[in-house]
Write a protein that binds this ligand. Structure first.
Ligand code: NAP
Length: 254
């Protein structure tokens, strides 16, 4: 069996209805993982992905939760527990904290309610979701947090988003140290401009050309570019990487 194979593993991917999360769920399923597809409102998109995975002979479930809500992590963890029971699984193998929201605003324009929402979805909910799921995460399992290259290069309009992601990366580092004794690896993946609904500029062909001039490999990212890195980290092949911030930008703003 290939060391990249994920047969028999169960993975939760948050924000898997669209964009990068959708590609991650698909990539994990391609390697044989059973996938829990979380979404907020895009029920049809989540269901169609689950349907595609099942058509290929895989197993997939969907679960809804608003991760901007203070109890979002509880709703999601409760749904995951029910799915694990239904699947006859005693533990979760892989947790991918991918769901995120952006906000393009310089510091002068940020309202406290925007600050709270961006911090909630990108940092506070992942923090408490990890806390809630740690008891059911298998020893030897994986936590992969999707951050952003906005933590290593200055983009003034990311005045709230980048600090929220930086917090997620700090959490990644300390959890890697704490969870090493359980054999759990914890890493952060840092996408650059990636063509999804969240990044309208990267989807616009003309704007994408301008961004591409700042990327060593000469184009913006596609969701699959990020998903393959996550699939590697989730697999046995990624067993010796922990506590790291993995740049997933094709060399943006090097
Ligand atoms: N795209 C980029 O250029 C880029 C760059 C750096 C980092 N990232 C990071 O990559 C991750 C994925 O981004 P993306 O570009 O794929 O975004 P996207 O296309 O906008 O998809 C966002 C996903 O997150 C879910 N989501 C949004 N708000 C939510 C909430 N309040 N509660 C629960 N789920 C919610 C959405 O669910 P619904 O479909 O149900 O709404 C969707 O599945 C994010 O963490 C983002 O910060 C993206």
């Amino acid at each position: 069996m290939s060391r990249f194979d994920l047969t028999g593993k169960i993975a939760l991917v948050t924000g898997a209805s669209r964009g990068i999360g959708r590609a991650i769920a698909w990539a994990l399923a391609e390697q044989g993982a059973r996938v829990i597809i979380h979404y907020k409102q895009a029920e049809d998109a989540a269901a169609s992905l689950a349907g595609r995975i099942r058509e290929q002979g895989g197993q997939a479930w969907t679960v809804a939760a608003d991760l901007a809500a203070p109890d979002g992590h509880i709703v999601l963890a409760t749904g995951v527990a029910a799915i694990l029971r239904e699947a006859g699984a005693d533990a979760l193998d892989v947790l991918v904290n991918n769901a995120g929201v952006g906000l393009r605003a310089r510091i002068a324009d940020v309202r406290p309610e925007d600050f709270d929402r961006v911090l909630q979805v990108n940092l506070k909910t992942p923090f408490f979701l990890i806390q809630k799921l740690l008891p059911v995460l298998r020893d030897g399992g994986r936590i992969i947090n999707v951050s952003s290259m906005g933590t290593r290069a200055a983009y003034p309009e990311m005045s709230v988003y980048a600090p929220a992601k930086a917090g997620l990366e700090a959490l990644t580092l300390l959890l890697a140290a704490e969870l090493g004794e359980r054999g759990i690896t914890v890493n952060a993946v840092l996408p650059g401009a990636t063509a999804t609904d969240l990044n309208e500029r990267a989807r616009d062909p003309e704007k994408a050309k301008v961004i591409a001039q700042t990327v060593a490999l000469g184009r913006v990212g596609q969701p699959d570019d990020i998903a393959d890195i996550v699939a590697f980290l989730a697999s046995d092949a990624g067993r010796w990487v922990t506590g790291q911030r993995i740049d997933a930008t094709g060399g943006q703003r090097l």
